[in-house]
Ligand binder design. Structure first.
Ligand SMILES: [Zn+2]
Length: 53
């Protein structure tokens, strides 16, 4: 388990691969898996997808 850098929700990276992009179940931010053996995630690089929402 590690924590979301945005909202500190518990994030499990079990079964994931380094570099994988996941979403925080709490705040839905994009997170990149940095490490699995010593669970660590970081905010994924923001890709601006402005589709005129
Ligand atoms: Zn979060």
């Amino acid at each position: 388990m590690t924590q979301c850098p945005e909202c500190e929700a518990n994030i499990s990276v079990q079964g994931l691969m380094v570099g994988e992009i996941i979403y925080c179940p709490d705040c839905n931010v994009e997170l990149e898996v940095l490490s699995v053996e010593q669970p660590a995630v970081a905010l994924a690089p923001k890709v601006e997808e402005d589709w005129g929402e």
